[in-house]
Design a binder for this molecule. Structure first.
Ligand code: ADP
Ligand code: MG
Length: 474
C-alpha cells in the first residue's frame, strides 16, 4: 500500500468529515481503506457490493469533489469490493464492477484481489475455536420445495427463494423478505430455502428462528449480561432466517440489536431471509433504518392461491397420504376455502379423518359440514354491522334505536360502545365508523371512544358491559 494513497485518502476524509453528519461519516467512510494510487486514480476498498452501491447513490458527488481537490481534474475513483471472511478459510471475494454502472467518475476497473491474510482484516469477533461448535439449524425437513406447490400466487416468492437457495448471499435478493397473510406459506417457504441450502452447502451455518424466540433470547441475554455473546453468536451465521418479523414492532431494543446483526451479516455477504405478515410499507413501529434495510433486497408477496393451485395443493396432500377422494369433493373444498392454505389443509385432513374413523364415504354432504366449520372460523373478523347487532341485542334494543338521534342515556351508551368496539375490532376509519353507526362524524366517534375509556375506569357496571361484550367478540 503506497503512502501517497493513504495521505490522499486522509485529506479526502478530512474534507468529507466536514461536510456530512458524524454518524454517516463513521458508518460509510471510516470502513474504507485506501489501497493504491496510480496517476490520477485512487483505489479504495469497500466491504461489500452494497456498500459500494450506497456510496455511489448517496455520496458520489461529495467523493468527486473531495478527490478532485486532491488530484485535480480527471481524478478517478476505483472501488475494490472485498467481503471479509468472518471465519472459515474461503478465498476472499473480489468483484468486478460492471463498467456500465452509474458511476460518474469514470470507469471502475477490476483491481487485483487483495491477499486474504492481511492481518488488519481479521475479524475481532471471532472467538478461536468457535467454528467447531455446531449450530443446530432448527429447520423442519417436512417443509421443503418439493411439497411447496407452485402457482401464480407464489411464483415470484418461490423462484426468488430457489435463487437464494442456489446462491445464498450471492444474489441481489438480500435480504429476501417474504410477506403475506396468515396460512399462505411463509413459514413453509422460509424452511424450504433453509433445507435446500443445507442440502447444497452442508458446511454453511443455517439458522431458522422466529422473531418471537429471537426477542426472548435477546431479553434473556440482557438479563444475564451476555448481550455481546448473543450478538457474536448471530454474527457467525451464514444464512439467518427470521420468521414473522412483524413481531419486532415496538420492541426497540430487539430491533436495535437485530440492526447490528443484520448489518454485519449483510456486509459479509451472508444471506438474510425474513418473513412478515405485512409489506415493509405497512409495517408499524419498526424503526425507519430497519425498514430501509428490509427494502434493500427483494420483498416478495405470497398471495391467496387461485383455484387451480388450491386444487393441486389438495390433490398433493391426498396423494401423499395415500387417500382417494371424489373429484367433486375436492372441487367443493377448493371452491369454498379460498384465502388460507392452512385451513384448506385442515378441511381436507378433517375429511380424511372423518371418513377413516367412521368408515364412511366422504359425501358432498359431509364436505359441506366440514367446510362450513372452517369457513365460519375464518369469518372471525367482525363487521361493524355485526357489532351493532350484538350490542343492540345485549341492551335489548334494535339497531335502529341504537342508531337513532335520541339522547337517552342508555341508548347513547350503547351507541358509544358500538363505536368503541368498531374502533377496536375493525380496521375502519373513525369517519367510516361514524357514517355506519347512525351517520355521525369522526369527532363523535373519537369522543365516544374516550368516553368509554373513561367510564371503564370509573364505572363498575359499565366495565361489566365491556367485559360481557368483549367475550361475544372474541
Ligand atoms: P404462514 O407461515 O404464512 O402462516 P405456513 O407456512 O404455516 O403459513 O403454511 C400453512 C400451511 O399451508 C402449511 O401446512 C404449509 O405446508 C401449507 N402450504 C402453504 N403454501 C403451500 C404450497 N404452496 N404448497 C403446499 N402447501 C403449502
Ligand atoms: Mg408462519
Amino acid at each position: 500500500m503506497s503512502v501517497s494513497a493513504i495521505s490522499v485518502w486522509e485529506n479526502c476524509l478530512a474534507f468529507i468529515e466536514d461536510n456530512i453528519q458524524p454518524q454517516a461519516f463513521k458508518t460509510w467512510f471510516l470502513p474504507i481503506k485506501p489501497v493504491k494510487l496510480t496517476d490520477k486514480s485512487l483505489s479504495i476498498q469497500v466491504p461489500s457490493k452494497f456498500f459500494y452501491e450506497w456510496l455511489e447513490e448517496h455520496y458520489v458527488k461529495l467523493l468527486k469533489v473531495a478527490l478532485t481537490r486532491e488530484l485535480g481534474e480527471g481524478a478517478k475513483l476505483v472501488y475494490v469490493i472485498k467481503m471479509e471472511n468472518t471465519y472459515g478459510n474461503r478465498e476472499p471475494f473480489t468483484e468486478k464492477i460492471p463498467s456500465s454502472n452509474r458511476g460518474q467518475m469514470g470507469p471502475q476497473e477490476m483491481d487485483v484481489p487483495i491477499k486474504s491474510k492481511s492481518p488488519e482484516l481479521k475479524n475481532p469477533f471471532v472467538i478461536p475455536g468457535i467454528r467447531n461448535i455446531k449450530i443446530e439449524s432448527q429447520l423442519n425437513p417436512n417443509y421443503n420445495f418439493d411439497n411447496f406447490l407452485e402457482g401464480d400466487s407464489n411464483r415470484l416468492a418461490r423462484s426468488a427463494g430457489l435463487a437464494v437457495a442456489n446462491k445464498p448471499g450471492g444474489t441481489s435478493f438480500n435480504p429476501l423478505l417474504i410477506f403475506g397473510g396468515v396460512g399462505l406459506g411463509k413459514t413453509h417457504l422460509a424452511h424450504a430455502i433453509g433445507v435446500e441450502i443445507k442440502d447444497k452447502y452442508p458446511e454453511r451455518t443455517v439458522l431458522y428462528i422466529s422473531a418471537e424466540k429471537f426477542t426472548q433470547q435477546y431479553i434473556e441475554s440482557v438479563k444475564k449480561n451476555t448481550r455481546n455473546d448473543f450478538i457474536h453468536f448471530y454474527q457467525l451465521i451464514d444464512v439467518l432466517i427470521i420468521d414473522d418479523v412483524q413481531f419486532l414492532s415496538g420492541k426497540s431494543g430487539t430491533q436495535d440489536v437485530f440492526f447490528h446483526i443484520f448489518n454485519h451479516l449483510h456486509q459479509n455477504g451472508k444471506q438474510v431471509i425474513l418473513t412478515s405478515d405485512k409489506a415493509p410499507v405497512d409495517m408499524q413501529d419498526i424503526e425507519q433504518r430497519l425498514l430501509s434495510r428490509f427494502k434493500w433486497g427483494l420483498s416478495a408477496e405470497l398471495q391467496s392461491p387461485d383455484f387451480e393451485t388450491r386444487i393441486s395443493i389438495l390433490k398433493n396432500k391426498l396423494y401423499r397420504d395415500g387417500v382417494e377422494m371424489p373429484e367433486e369433493i375436492i372441487d367443493y373444498v377448493a371452491k369454498h376455502i379460498k384465502s388460507n392454505i392452512r385451513e384448506l389443509e385442515g378441511a381436507i385432513i378433517s375429511l380424511i379423518a372423518q371418513s377413516s374413523f367412521n368408515k364412511k364415504e366422504v359425501t358432498l354432504d359431509l364436505a359441506q359440514q366440514v367446510v362450513e366449520k372452517f369457513v365460519k372460523n375464518t369469518k372471525r373478523e367482525v363487521s361493524i354491522d355485526y357489532i351493532q347487532k350484538v350490542v343492540s341485542d345485549y341492551f335489548e334494543m334494535d339497531v335502529a334505536t341504537l342508531q337513532s338521534k335520541t339522547r337517552k342515556r342508555h341508548i347513547v351508551q350503547a351507541r358509544q360502545l358500538a363505536m368503541f368496539f368498531a374502533k377496536k375490532y375493525t380496521k375502519a376509519s373513525l369517519a367510516s365508523i361514524g357514517s355506519q353507526i347512525g351517520k355521525r362524524d369522526h369527532a363523535t366517534v373519537l369522543h365516544a371512544c374516550k368516553t368509554v375509556d373513561n367510564l371503564a375506569e370509573t364505572d363498575k357496571q359499565f366495565r361489566k358491559y365491556i367485559e360481557d361484550l368483549t367475550k361475544k367478540f372474541s
